[in-house]
Write a protein that binds this ligand. Structure first.
Ligand code: OAD
Length: 248
C-alpha cells in the first residue's frame, strides 16, 4: 500500500476508464451520519431491528420512524466538494466513467452525477413489500406505522437493501460489464472513497478490479477493513482530498 504523506495522483489520461465506489464518508461533510465508527448510526441503533426484513416484520412502525427521521435529516443536506469532484471527472471521461454508490441519500444525483448506480437503494423511494408495483418517489415521513400500498393494501417499505437481502442483479451486472469492457479498452482505475470496506459485495469490488489489471486507490478518513487490498491509500476527508486527487 502506498504512503499518504506525498499526494500521489492516479494517472487519468484520454484512454483511462475509472470506476468509483463511494460510501457514507463522502456524505459526512454534507452532514449525513456514517454507519460505523464514533457517532456512526450502528453504534447507537441496532441494524437487525432497523435494517433487516426480520426487523421490519417485527416492528414496521419502528423501522419507518427510523427511515423517516433519516429522510428529514437528509432533506436539508447539500453535496460537498467531494461529490462535485466526481461530477467534474465524469464530465471529462463521459462513458469511460461509472460511479457505484452505497449511499442512499441522493446527493450524488443532486450534485449532477449521471452515470450512477445506487447499489443500496434510495432513501426517498418506497416500494410495496408484497406486490410488483414499481418503486416510486416518496419524500414523506411515516411516523404512525407502515402506509398501505395503493394497489394491494400490503405494507410499503423503504427501497433500501437491508442486511440479508440481495443487491439488484442488474446493478451488479452493469458494474461487471463496465469493468470488463473498460479493461479491454485501456488503462483502468478503481477508486473507493469514504467507505469502511466492511460490507459485501461492495467491499469485494477492489479484488475484481485488480484481477482485471486496475490500478486501485482508496481515499478514507481511517484505514478501511479491506485497505490492504489497495495499492494506494490517501488518508483524509474526501471533500478535501478528491478535488486535488482528481483535478486536471
Ligand atoms: P461506514 O459508516 O461503514 O464507513 C464510512 C467510512 O468513511 C469510515 O471508514 C470513516 O472512517 C470514513 N469517513 C468518515 N468521514 C469521512 C470523510 N469526511 N472523508 C473520508 N472518509 C470519511 O459506511 P459505508 O462503508 O458506506 O448499508 O457502509 C456500507 C454500508 O453499511 C452502508 O451502505 C449501509 C451500512 O449498513 C445499508 O444501509 C444497506
Amino acid at each position: 500500500m502506498g504512503d499518504s504523506t506525498l499526494m500521489e495522483r492516479p494517472r487519468i489520461d484520454d484512454r483511462t476508464s475509472v470506476l468509483v465506489l463511494t460510501g457514507a464518508g463522502v456524505s459526512a461533510e454534507s452532514g449525513i451520519p456514517t454507519f460505523r465508527g464514533a457517532g456512526g448510526l450502528w453504534e447507537s441503533h441496532s441494524f437487525t431491528d432497523l435494517a433487516s426484513p426480520e426487523g421490519f416484520d417485527a416492528d414496521p412502525a419502528l423501522v419507518w420512524r427510523f427511515y423517516s427521521s433519516r429522510r428529514e435529516g437528509a432533506k436539508g443536506c447539500r453535496p460537498n466538494p467531494g461529490h462535485l469532484a466526481l461530477v467534474e471527472l465524469e464530465r471529462r471521461l463521459g462513458d469511460r466513467f461509472l460511479l457505484a454508490t452505497q449511499n442512499v441519500d441522493g446527493l450524488h444525483r443532486d450534485a449532477g452525477s449521471e452515470r450512477l448506480v445506487e447499489i443500496h437503494g434510495n432513501l426517498f423511494t418506497s416500494r410495496c413489500s408484497s406486490c410488483s408495483r414499481p418503486p416510486f418517489e416518496d419524500r414523506a415521513s411515516h411516523l404512525h406505522g407502515a402506509p398501505p400500498c395503493e394497489r394491494c393494501g400490503a405494507r410499503l417499505r423503504p427501497h433500501i437493501v437491508w442486511f440479508g437481502e440481495m443487491l439488484d442483479p442488474s446493478h451488479l451486472e452493469r458494474i461487471h460489464r463496465f469493468l470488463t469492457e473498460a479493461a479491454r479498452r485501456g488503462p483502468l482505475v478503481f477508486l473507493a472513497a469514504g467507505t469502511s470496506g466492511a460490507v459485501y459485495p461492495a467491499a469485494g469490488l477492489v479484488d475484481e478490479a485488480r484481477q482485471l489489471g486496475a490500478c486501485t486507490w482508496l481515499v478514507n478518513a481511517d484505514p478501511a477493513d479491506n485497505g490492504h487490498r489497495f495499492e494506494h491509500f490517501t488518508q483524509g476527508r474526501t471533500g478535501e482530498v478528491l478535488p486535488d486527487l482528481l483535478g486536471p
